[in-house]
Design a binder for this molecule. Structure first.
Ligand code: 2P0
Length: 346
C-alpha cells in the first residue's frame, strides 16, 4: 500500500479586535474586519498529519486519538476546495499521482485541553488546511489558503500566519476577498507577551456561531459597533502594531474586548461570557495601569471567562506578580511573587 503524507502545525490566535457577526453563514463571511496575535509554535498549537492512499475507503479524522466525523458542511467545504486545487495541479502535470481522488486520513493533536475555551477550532482548521496543502504540494500562498480555512471556522483564517494578523472582511458575495493578511511577523515585536489565565475550563454556555447570529439579529448596539467603531479601530490598531506603541495597542485591545462583550449583553436574550473572576481581572489591570501612570498591561476575553493578558516582557514581573498576589495558589507562579508592587484589595 502506498501512503502519501505530510504534517503541519498551526498555533492558536487570540483576537485583539474581535470577529463577531456573519453576513454569510455558509461561507463564514464576517460583518467586520478583525485583528489577532498568533501565539508562537512552541505554545498552544495543533499538529496535524494528513495522509492519503488509493487503499483508504473513506475520509477519516482522529482528533486527540478519538475518531471524529469529517462530515460537517464546514469540513467538507475545506476538503472540496483543497481537492479542487490539487486537480488543477494534476491537470498541468500528467505524471503526478491523482491524490485528489484518494480518501484522506487526518490525525490531529492539540497540546492544550480542547475544552479550555481556547479557540481550538481556529488552530484545528488552520492546521488541517495547511497539512493537506502541503500533502498536495499546492502553489497557493497563505492568504489564498486562509480563504479555505475561513470556511472551516472564521477565526481559523488568521492562524495561517504567525505574529500580528488582520482578517480583511472583504465585500464580495463569493468571499474571494475575505482573507487573512500579515500585519507584522512575531519578530517585529518579540517582547510582546500573552499570558492566558484559565478562569474556568467548563464548556462555554453559548457557542460562538449561534451567539453571533443572535447578536446580529437582536442587538441595537451591534450596527453602531460594525459601522462606527470597528472600521476606525482596525486602522488604528494596525498603526499601533507597526509603531510598536504598546499603550495605544493596549487601550484599543481592552476597549474592543469591552465593546464585544457589550454587544453580547445587548443581545436578546443576553449572552454572558464574563464571570466574576473575569471582572476582577479587568479591575485589577486598570488599577495596575493607574498605579503605574501608564498602560503596561491589556486584557482581552473571547467567548468565555478566560482572560488573555498582553504585556511587554520588561513588565512581566510586575504584571504576573500582581495577578499571582490576587489569585494566589496558582502552581508554578511563585517565582513571580517576589519584587512585585501590591495594590489595595480591589
Ligand atoms: C475572534 N471569536 O475574533 C472572536 C472573538 C470569539 C470571540 O472568532 O462560527 O469559532 O467558526 O466562524 O471563529 C469565535 O468564532 O466562529 C471567534 P465560526 P469562530 O476570535
Amino acid at each position: 500500500m502506498t501512503i502519501f503524507s505530510a504534517s503541519s502545525t498551526a498555533p492558536v490566535n487570540i483576537a485583539t479586535l474581535k470577529y463577531w457577526g456573519k453576513r454569510d453563514k455558509l461561507l463564514n463571511l464576517p460583518t467586520n474586519s478583525s485583528i489577532s496575535v498568533t501565539l508562537s509554535q512552541n505554545d498552544l498549537r495543533t499538529l496535524t498529519t494528513a495522509s492519503c492512499s488509493a487503499d483508504f475507503d473513506s475520509d477519516k479524522l482522529w482528533l486527540n486519538g478519538k475518531l471524529e466525523s469529517l462530515e460537517s458542511v464546514r469540513s467538507q467545504a475545506c476538503l472540496a476546495d483543497l481537492r479542487g486545487l490539487r486537480e488543477k495541479v494534476e491537470a498541468k502535470d500528467e505524471s503526478l499521482p491523482k491524490l485528489s481522488q484518494y480518501k484522506l486520513h487526518i490525525v490531529s493533536e492539540n497540546n492544550f485541553p480542547t475544552a479550555a475555551g481556547l479557540a481550538s477550532s481556529a488552530a484545528g482548521f488552520a492546521a488541517l488546511v495547511s497539512a493537506i496543502a502541503k500533502l498536495y504540494k499546492l502553489p497557493e500562498d497563505m492568504s489564498e489558503l486562509s480563504k479555505i480555512a475561513r470556511k472551516g471556522s472564521g477565526s481559523a483564517c488568521r492562524s495561517l500566519f504567525g505574529g500580528f494578523v488582520a482578517w480583511e472582511m472583504g465585500d464580495l458575495e463569493n468571499g474571494e476577498d475575505s482573507k487573512a493578511v500579515e500585519v507584522a511577523p512575531l519578530s517585529h515585536w518579540p517582547t510582546m507577551k500573552a499570558a492566558i489565565l484559565v478562569v474556568s475550563d467548563d464548556k462555554k454556555d453559548t457557542p460562538s456561531t449561534s451567539g453571533m447570529q443572535q447578536t446580529v439579529a437582536t442587538s441595537d448596539l451591534f450596527q453602531h459597533r460594525i459601522t462606527e467603531v470597528v472600521p476606525k479601530r482596525f486602522e488604528e490598531m494596525k498603526k499601533a502594531i507597526l509603531a510598536k506603541d504598546f499603550e495605544k495597542f493596549a487601550e484599543l485591545t481592552m476597549k474592543d474586548s469591552n465593546s464585544f462583550h457589550a454587544v453580547c449583553l445587548d443581545s436578546y436574550p443576553p449572552i454572558f461570557y464574563l464571570n466574576d473572576t473575569s471582572k476582577q481581572v479587568i479591575k485589577l489591570i486598570h488599577r495596575l495601569n493607574e498605579q503605574e501612570g501608564k498602560t503596561i498591561a491589556a486584557y482581552t476575553f473571547d467567548a468565555g471567562p478566560n482572560a488573555v493578558i498582553y504585556y511587554d516582557e520588561i513588565n512581566e514581573k510586575k504584571v504576573l506578580g500582581l495577578i499571582y498576589n490576587y489569585f494566589s495558589q496558582v502552581a508554578g507562579w511563585e517565582k513571580y511573587s517576589k519584587d512585585v508592587s501590591t495594590l489595595d484589595k480591589i
